[in-house]
Design a protein around this ligand. Structure first.
Ligand SMILES: [Fe+2]
Length: 158
């Protein structure tokens, strides 16, 4: 089994244990969607797709496991480190990259490293695509506009 599939099997195995159907569905859907978007953006930006996919799969793991979004990026980075070290599939350097991306993924108005930015963007794109009629929040608008240009999308009709 490849590394992304192994991390996915671990994460989705846990998510399948979530009793509440709405949380369970959301955990699997969102983690999968963000992981795919991470790969897409990694291919576009010349970053490592496998590391990106794993960051996407684990980025909200803590929040879904605890059913708690409070400080989930920072706490989630520590949880992801535990998981990655337990699974033993990734190098310390990859773990650092993945956990840094998870740590920063809620800081939409600042610019961090390339993989940190990639995860923020993938998370935002999933949220934006899932709710196309919803207006962008103040802290999302500039980033979404930059992504629209990067991906060559047309401006939204008003
Ligand atoms: Fe997310």
């Amino acid at each position: 089994m490849d590394r992304v599939s192994a991390v996915e099997a671990f994460a989705f195995g846990r998510f399948n244990e979530i009793e509440d159907a709405k949380w369970r569905t959301r955990a699997i859907y969102h983690s999968h969607a963000v992981s795919l978007l991470c790969v897409l953006l990694a291919r576009k930006r010349g970053l490592d797709a496998e590391t990106a996919a794993i960051a996407g799969l684990l980025h909200d793991f803590y929040a879904y496991e605890r059913r708690d979004y409070a400080d989930h990026a920072h706490r989630g980075a520590a949880r992801a480190k535990e998981i990655l070290e337990t699974l033993g599939l990734t190098t310390p350097r990859e773990n650092e990259t993945i956990c840094s991306a998870i740590y920063h993924h809620d800081d939409l108005t600042v610019t961090d490293g390339p993989m940190d930015e990639l995860l923020k963007d993938a998370d935002l794109v999933d949220n934006a695509l899932s709710h196309p009629a919803r207006a962008a929040k103040e802290n999302e608008a500039a980033r979404l506009e930059k992504l629209r240009e990067e991906l060559g999308l047309r401006a939204e009709r008003s």
